[in-house]
Design a binder for this molecule. Structure first.
Ligand code: NAD
Length: 477
């Protein structure tokens, strides 16, 4: 039995709470199936206590000085780095990703929290040009107590990606991390508390997601909902938010196209596609999935992608040799099986993987399929797993039309050495993030978010803080 360093619990109004007759959820190691912890689930009384704390915390934090806010954020970033080993091991145990990836996630999270420590001071508004003696100002104020609903794929980053900008903006927050990977979020929150965040400013609850989201979104105390997850759940939460005219940020996933053009640096394209496709076993909203390749190099590209997929070491995330871990929960291999069977039934060609690995844990072999007809579900539904498809196209217009075909619009990638091709693509593609000869989409100072069904609003960068603010125009004569 592996030692799980976290003891996940509810954090409400300054107290870590568990037991006391609360129902529990078993936290399971996806590499082995063993139970890591019993997670307490919030009762309605717990949620009401968290709301009460958020209301008081908002009054307090809003009035807290810029210096103090910045110091808390900078201190939390330092503690994240100090505690990187334990936080990363927790994420690997409960979510499955290789330890090196979990360490990278801690490092990015700390850098992002540091960015918001600086952003506290950069909350600039505008002074409008007016006749002498008159003033008109535009200022940015906190939106109020906010609710963060986080998924399991980045259990360290996601809670911090919502909490840090909310705090920089002056908001209090209730966070509901995923019940499946709760320990990382608890350790992240502890860094903020230990850095001096007044306890009532941030609460953390776990529970039955539908019960939790309905009760918290219905409360007049909550003024903003920030959700990362699937499109259907996001649309459902938007409907709940509409009843209270509440603002939302929705990061809802994608089905990222990758156009690989005939004039690309082939080695760079194949190396990058291989590195980013299998990261976190493909359970990444910007994961490159639909390789749309010029017909002149399509067979070569498909063969190279398959060859590299077959060479990957799949295993438990704590093993140093592991390059790809298990999927996070039993729903994911089941989803892979169903999507890939359907793609093969439609006439797709299997070039690598296509099956479970081993008999314990949620392992799935890195899978590459070629020439899957567009009528197959895989070409339309976000797979959120270790599968890539290769399609062949003859013209750039055809490639861009195929890239834009789906209702998603999160990340899109192009590999070309031709600047004109790059410009045409960047202008025509319907996506919130575009990578040209790169697949690195996360940068602390750049907005991360999508268009169309992939959601609205952005995280990270100055936009991430603006998401937790309202504007006020002040006119003085
Ligand atoms: P799901 O739709 O059941 O859940 C997605 C997330 O929403 C989970 O974190 C879950 O706890 C939460 N959730 C579900 N119902 C909720 C409710 N009524 N109120 C509040 N939160 C609720 O899907 P899943 O099986 O957990 O994940 C698979 C799918 O989720 C993927 O296909 C992918 O599209 C999506 N996803 C996207 C991201 C992303 O980064 N955009 C991250 C994780 C999952």
């Amino acid at each position: 039995m592996t030692v799980y360093p976290a003891r996940p619990a509810l954090f409400i109004d300054g107290h870590w709470l568990s037991g006391e007759g609360r129902a529990t959820h078993q936290v399971v190691n996806p590499a082995t199936g063993e139970t890591l912890a019993e997670l307490p689930l919030a009762t309605t009384a717990d949620l009401d206590a968290a709301l009460d704390a958020a209301a008081r915390g908002y009054t307090l934090w809003r009035a807290t000085s810029v210096d103090e806010k910045a110091a808390v954020l900078a201190g939390a970033a330092r503690l994240l780095r100090d505690r990187a080993d334990i936080i990363a091991a927790t994420a690997t145990l409960e979510q499955g990703k290789p330890l090196a990836e979990a360490r990278g996630e801690v490092a990015y999270t700390a850098a992002l929290v540091d960015f918001y420590a600086g952003e506290v001071r950069r909350n600039y508004g505008r002074v409008l040009v007016r006749p002498a003696g008159q003033r008109s100002l535009v200022v940015h104020e906190p939106v109020g107590p906010a609710l963060a609903l986080c998924p399991w794929n980045f259990p360290i980053l996601n809670p911090a990606r919502k909490l840090a900008p909310a705090l920089a903006a002056g908001c209090s927050m209730i966070i509901k991390p995923p019940e499946e990977a709760p320990g990382s979020a608890c350790l992240v929150l502890q860094c903020f508390i230990d850095a001096g965040l007044p306890a009532q400013v941030a609460s953390m609850v776990f529970g039955v997601p539908d019960m939790v989201s309905r009760r918290l979104i219905a409360s007049p105390i909550i003024r903003k909902i920030s959700f990362t997850g699937s499109v259907p759940v996001g649309k459902h939460l938007m409907r709940l938010a509409a009843d209270g005219a509440k603002r939302t940020t929705m990061e809802l996933g994608g089905h990222a196209p990758v156009i690989v053009w005939g004039d690309c640096d082939f080695e760079k394209a194949i190396t990058m596609a291989s590195a980013f496709k299998w990261r976190n076993a493909g359970q990444v909203c910007v994961s490159p999935t639909r390789m749309i390749v010029h017909e002149a190099i399509a067979d070569r590209f498909a063969a190279a992608l398959a060859e590299r997929a077959k060479a990957l070491t799949v295993g438990p995330g704590l093993d140093a040799a592991t390059q790809m871990g298990p999927l996070a929960n039993p729903r994911r291999p089941a989803a892979m099986e169903s999507l890939i069977d359907d793609a093969l039934a439609h006439g797709g060609t299997l070039l690598a993987g296509g099956a479970r690995v081993g008999s314990a844990g949620n392992f799935w072999a890195p899978t590459v399929l070629a020439d899957v007809p567009l009528s197959a579900r895989l070409m339309n539904e976000e797979p959120f797993g270790p599968v890539a498809t290769v399609q062949r196209v003859a013209s750039l217009d055809e490639a861009i039309a195929e890239a834009n075909r789906l209702p998603f619009g999160l990340a899109a990638y192009l590999f070309t050495e031709n600047a004109r091709t790059a410009n045409i693509f960047a202008d025509a593609i319907e996506a919130g993030m575009v990578g040209i000869n790169t697949m690195g989409m996360s940068a602390v100072d750049a907005p991360f978010g999508g268009v169309k069904d992939s959601g609205h609003g952005s995280e990270d960068g100055p936009e991430g803080m603006r998401a937790f603010q309202v504007v006020k125009a002040i006119h003085q004569h």
